[in-house]
Design a protein around this ligand. Sequence first.
Ligand SMILES: Cc1ncc(COP(=O)(O)O)c(C=O)c1O
Length: 423
Amino acid sequence: MKKEMMRRTEHIWYPYTQMGDNFSPKLVEEAKGVNLKINGQWVIDGISSWWSVLHGYNHHSLNDALKIQIDKFSHVMIGGLIHEPAIELAKSLSSICGGLLNRVFFSDSGSVGIEVAIKLSIQYWMNKKKPNKTKMICFKKSYHGDTTGAMSISDPEDSMHHIFSPILMKHHFFEAPSSDPDIKQGQLKTLDVFLSKRHEEIAAIIIEPLVQCAGGFNFFEADYLDDLRYLSDKYNVLLIYDEVATGFCRTGSFFAYHQSKTEPDILVCGKGLTGGYLGLAATITSDKVFRAFYEKSKPEKAFMHGPTFMGNPLACSLAIKSIELATKNNYSDKFLKIQKILEEELAGFTHSLIKGIRIKGGIGVIEVHNKSDIEGFGDYSFNRGAWLRGFESFIYTMPPAIIEEHDVRKITRIMKDYFLGKK
Ligand SMILES: Cc1ncc(COP(=O)(O)O)c(C=O)c1O
């Protein structure tokens, strides 16, 4: 079976995978609700197809939204043209952000949304006649995507991108935000001192609010964001929140930053924006940022970026429906209920191989001391009925919002049994 699959997929180049190792992908035959059918067997998808699926697979309302739009038109360029789904979605996103972030630049993936945020923040200062402000303040354990600009602001040492560091633009990295109040104070002091000396070269601070995901699953408190906002204002630098992973209720509020008291100047979201159906990202800016690009007879101040498929109408129609479902059915509450179950099942669990357990909203993470200890975890959980994967020294679950309680408990049972079997 393994050999047959490898032969059938010989023209596919897989991501993040040494295909020369004993590697065999699993062929999905159907997907419905929270389940994937693989080799005739239904398994729970505990990671929502890289954290994007919110309402489950094959959702009738999303399918209908897509069908209605496909019968009108599937795509038109946004340059010079516009369409109703993009107009409506931009309005909806702005309203979710309380009207303060009110200009939406669409693109087709989280990474490109991040590239847009980087370019916007640098050009913002050029347009304001401060061309030296080109550097970003970034954090260790951050991950912002795989494109070149996004790699340059992701953790430079521990990340999967470290081999590219010689060719990446150099930015300034600080320790990953800590939840420990004393450590946090020290970290903010360091940042304050740095900014007091170097703010003239800093365009923006960029951070994943509350949960740094793929760079190391570091969790921190909302007041850290308030402090970053204070420093951004004090030193005249922009503040960017990357909510590509944390957006759409996953941490228990529509956007994670809603748990803080402040707003960023630029917000990036993607992944769950279409409920996990199609690629779409949004880089949303405040009026202050937009105004720096807006001037009569100054073409050089315009933002020169425009992905071919930006604001694709199929993707926008899905996003409108997805946001409607998430709001109507109170997904923040659903993820908080998932958090409660994860806490009941995992919070008190200990094992000598485990270094720590972290839970926030619909995100449950177990970190181990040695990554070799979770090497067989993917196959183990698949054989027990759940699609879960380990990466680096983490195993985790981020299920769709619609998952039932018994399925969450099944996932956590599998996670715990994996360790108990290692005694
Ligand atoms: C926080 C964050 N930013 C950006 C990205 C990149 O998004 P995409 O994979 O859609 O390019 C990711 C992807 O995992 C992410 O987690």
